[in-house]
Write a protein that binds this ligand. Structure first.
Ligand code: ZN
Length: 489
């Protein structure tokens, strides 16, 4: 890089751009242990806002929080055959404790189905104990070989919801409901549009009956699996003997669901909204929504500009109390730093709205509002600035979702498509391809082998093409379902 301050442009090297942005915007840093990361305050502030919002949404759909231990007896993992097969390669194992070799090794949770359902078995006796709707906020460890900040790290933060129900249909309804909650969160708060649907058997969660997923398109046209929800059937209930007495007195196994999103969402937010200057944060998740930058040259101006800036901040903060959408305002009163240097820093950090206030503005009883998303600027009267700033934040939030949705649609391909055309899309610009699938795992594996593209989901009806594809992308046989194919993170 010629200029140490500038990011590598996205078009030149998307991956380098991403890493530089995450480091320079101080979202995260590399940890001493390979594959681990430190989440810095600017990044944690975004996660914290995500967490609060999601937690409210989980509570309002009837879930309660609990906390289960980090260590799981090794034998637990082995109780569900598919589950152990799926997770064994990436599990960290503790063999010694207190200077002694342990009788039974402990695994560091890669996910908590096994320990949670072992406890559910103790707590559930009767149909009156159902449904049991629980969530935990926790860290998990998966020993990944190739890691990326936020997207794939050895240890990450997440939430995992775990529920138990009396019937298959109730579990299915719950898994679907939480997929809907995730979609609502991702679109309304992250301004990140997603395609929802069900995973193919090859891509589903190890031990699940069915996995549902939210898939988002990043700016390099690759898919990001942003959140998943599983109908676990009775697989874990049978492995851990989670039973209940039904209303008619019979003893039955419960039906479980689990669902999760992680700090990976912060990476998704960066790759959806970041530009060559830095991050753009959707206002609803921005730790700071508005930064006020006072501008002055003479000592005389300094006094009155600072006074006006402080008054403005107080007014904006006061304003928040009269509106459900609270304004988070920061006054950048650092001395010895030029306004330009401050603009650069806040743009890199992705603060959605900047207010510039100088002596000439003050003379006109105005300030300048500068948007981060499209960098448009406009002068606004100090008499109405609270209302205008609050309205502009709503506008920015909406505009960010529209821009992301337009970009996704522009890079989605539908209609008749030959395998050669498909290959050249995947090797070239990438994108989402909606094409037919005969339902065979062999075809899915062949496409993956040839192009690195996988079936992201069999999309829900609203995302399917008006004319369903007639033939399988890979073998030309009759199509059983429309599939969304893409290369993914
Ligand atoms: Zn086929």
């Amino acid at each position: 890089m010629a200029d140490d301050k500038k990011l590598t442009p996205r078009a030149e090297d998307f991956s380098a751009w991403y890493n530089e942005l995450v480091l320079k915007a101080e979202l995260a840093d590399y940890a001493p242990v390979r594959g681990c990361m430190v989440i810095r305050p600017a990044g944690y502030g975004i996660w914290e806002r995500m967490q609060r919002q999601l937690d409210d949404m989980f509570k309002s759909t009837g879930h309660v929080n609990a906390y289960f231990p980090l260590f799981i007896p090794e034998s637990f993992l082995k109780k569900e055959a598919q589950h152990v097969e799926g997770f064994a390669p990436e599990v960290a194992v503790v063999t010694h404790g207190g200077g002694k070799k342990l009788e039974e090794p402990l695994i560091v949770r890669p996910t908590s189905e096994t320990i949670i359902y072992a406890m559910f078995a103790k707590w559930i006796q009767s149909y009156r104990d159902l449904p049991l709707l629980m969530n935990q906020w926790a860290n998990v460890v998966r020993w990944e070989m190739r890691t990326r900040l936020f997207l794939r790290t050895l240890e990450f933060l997440w939430q995992e919801g775990h529920t138990a129900h009396a019937t298959h249909d109730e579990a299915e309804e719950e898994a679907r409901k939480m997929l809907g909650v995730y979609r609502d969160f991702m679109e309304t708060y992250m301004a990140m549009p997603v395609v929802t649907g069900v995973k193919s058997d090859a891509e589903k969660f190890a031990g699940a009956l069915r996995t549902f997923s939210c898939e988002a398109m990043m700016q390099d046209n690759r898919a990001l699996q942003a959140g998943t929800s599983h109908n676990l059937g009775q697989n874990f209930a049978k492995a851990f003997d989670v039973t209940f007495q039904s209303e008619t007195g019979t003893i039955e196994h419960v039906w479980n669901t689990s669902w999760g999103v992680s700090t990976r969402l912060v990476g998704g937010l960066v790759m959806t909204h970041g530009d060559d200057i830095g991050l753009r944060t959707p206002p609803l998740l921005a730790p700071i929504e508005i930064v006020i930058v006072p501008i002055w040259k003479s000592e005389e101006d300094r006094g009155r500009v600072f006074e006006a800036a402080a008054k403005l901040k107080a007014e904006l903060v006061e304003w928040e109390r009269r509106d459900p959408h609270r304004l988070r305002v920061h006054l950048d009163d650092r001395e010895g730093m030029s306004p330009g240097a401050k603009y650069y820093e806040w743009e890199l950090r992705g603060v959605p709205l900047r207010i510039e206030l100088g002596p000439r503005d003050l003379d006109k009883n105005q300030a300048v509002l500068a948007r981060r998303d499209d960098r448009a600027k406009k002068p606004v009267s100090l008499d109405t600035i609270g209302k205008e700033a609050a309205e502009l934040l709503v506008e920015i939030q909406d505009a960010m979702l529209s821009v992301a949705r337009e970009r996704r649609e522009k890079n989605s391909h539908r209609g008749r498509i030959t395998y050669d055309e498909f290959r050249s899309i995947m090797e070239g610009p990438g994108g989402f391809v909606y094409a037919g699938w005969c339902g065979s795992g062999a075809c899915e594996a062949k496409v993956k082998e040839d192009t690195k593209a996988t079936i992201r989901v069999l999309p829900d009806e609203e995302f399917c093409s008006s004319e369903p594809p007639a033939t399988c992308l890979a073998c030309g046989a009759a199509s059983q379902s429309e599939a969304l194919w893409a290369r993914a993170y």
